[in-house]
Ligand binder design. Structure first.
Ligand SMILES: Cc1ncc(COP(=O)(O)O)c(C=O)c1O
Length: 432
């Protein structure tokens, strides 16, 4: 038995595969198979991308230097984030600080908001995921990700929540499938200013729980947060730097956040990374202040080297436009697949991040505390037989697709066909 303590994204004990390597858009498995990597938000350039391999090599020659010392190359990485990623947001962007993960970036962005506003409560939307450490974990309101122990006899031992967490209604978009609530957004969001009125910040992500939002939702919530004196944090850990077919998801709306958090793909997948990006207004406000937080390995020399290399590749190879192009194929094919499979309840997504939700038990009651392998994980196992590794979102009824930006149309079709094959299993159970 493995000595590694781990929690799988696909629920249920034991995995049906063991990864031993990766190359391009493929994972290599221990049994000799090469399978398409269908759900990897941390790997926008796939595996062993030559520019990233070179960046990691070069990083070995960098100094070993903690967050508290000035290091020229780290300064340059911050400039790159601003010049390349925030090129269209020059009037908004103020400054960047690097972190170790998306969850850490969110945690620290929220504590900064508490310090600025003098308020303790925090707000997010229903079904959100913001990370699994510190306050990020408390703002991850999906019931199965409570951070504690899920006992397989139906018992849960969640970690006690130590701060007040407010939840506002989620948007209910779907490119395919029925909506559970047809009331107009204005009605659904009525009263949120009151909900936000004592909160330090309102943190919103753009994908988790299979929830993808449009400009109307963003702009309504942003305006309500502003009126309520709640800072708006755009959690772009998944969506930042291209995943949704534009540099940032927030660019779909008219409003601009106070803080943007980044992670996942920002270092091309070759180093752990997180970042907090502050608006000009916040940076100006901080001119005579020091943000009293520190961690040894933030902005590590490996991270810095990888961020710089990744942003160069993103720009040189025009990858954001490529994601936008592939979005059209994803949407068309996923709707075709959904129409063919009665077990599919809902499909939604943007760019190269899509969720397929199945008919089945309510996600609100799922805590991963049974020994059963849930339906989404079983569909995933069957898709693997057809040559693609497709992840679940940790919920029992949802699968998500997030291939790398360098995937070819043919390889993308390989992932979609494997999903199509996997869903036959869900159809049989749905019919039965
Ligand atoms: C929207 C969002 N925010 C934050 C995080 C946390 O990032 P990390 O896993 O790097 O801590 C995730 C992780 O899936 C995420 O999806």
């Amino acid at each position: 038995m493995s000595k590694l303590i781990y929690t799988g994204l696909n629920a249920g004990k034991g995995t049906s595969f063991k990864v031993v390597g990766g190359d391009g858009v493929y994972f290599h498995l221990e049994d000799g198979r090469k399978v398409l990597d269908g759900s990897n938000t941390g790997g926008p350039l796939g595996h062993r991308h030559p520019d990233m391999v070179e960046a990691v090599r070069k990083a070995a020659e960098n100094p070993i230097i903690n967050e508290g010392w000035f290091w020229k190359e780290r300064e340059q990485a911050a400039e790159d984030v601003i010049d390349i990623a925030f090129a269209e947001e020059k009037d908004w962007v103020g400054g960047v600080r690097f972190f170790l993960s998306g969850g850490e970036a969110n945690d620290l962005a929220m504590s900064l908001a508490q310090s600025i506003t003098g308020r303790t409560p925090l707000a997010t939307r229903v079904r959100a995921y913001h990370g699994m450490s510190g306050m990020s974990q408390h703002l991850t309101v999906q019931p199965q990700w409570h951070g504690g122990l899920a006992v397989q006899n139906g018992e849960s031992r969640p970690v006690p929540v130590t701060i007040p967490v407010r939840q506002i209604p989620e948007p209910l978009g779907a490119k395919y499938g029925a909506l559970s609530d047809n009331r107009p957004l204005s009605e659904r969001l009525e009263g949120i200013e009151d909900t936000l009125s004592d909160t330090a910040c309102t943190i919103l992500d753009y994908t988790q729980g299979g929830i993808y939002y449009d400009s109307e939702y963003q702009d309504r919530v942003a305006r309500a947060a502003k009126k309520a004196g709640s800072l708006w944090i755009a959690d772009e850990v998944v969506t930042g730097t291209g995943r949704v077919g534009r540099m940032f998801a927030f660019q779909g709306g008219e409003t601009r956040p106070d803080i943007v958090t980044l992670g996942k793909g920002l270092a091309g997948g070759s180093s752990p990374v997180g970042a907090v990006v502050l608006s000009k207004a916040l940076v100006d406000m901080m001119e005579d202040k020091s943000w009293q937080t520190y961690s040894t390995f933030r902005g590590h020399s490996l991270t810095v080297s990888c961020i710089r290399a990744y942003l160069q590749v993103l720009k040189r190879d025009n990858l954001v436009a490529r994601v936008k192009h592939l979005e059209g194929i994803m949407e068309r094919r996923l709707i075709e697949i959904a129409q063919k499979h009665p077990s599919v309840a809902r499909v939604d997504g943007n760019g190269l991040h899509w969720t397929v939700e199945l008919h089945g038990p309510d996600w609100r009651t799922w805590e991963n505390n049974t020994g059963e392998v849930p339906i989404a994980s079983r569909v995933s196992n069957r898709a693997l037989e057809a040559g693609a590794l497709i992840g679940t979102s940790g919920e029992q009824i949802s699968l998500f697709l997030a291939p790398s930006f360098i995937i070819s149309e043919e390889e993308l079709e390989g992932i979609l066909s494997a999903l199509d094959y996997g869903l036959e299993l869900a159809d049989q159970e749905y019919a039965g």
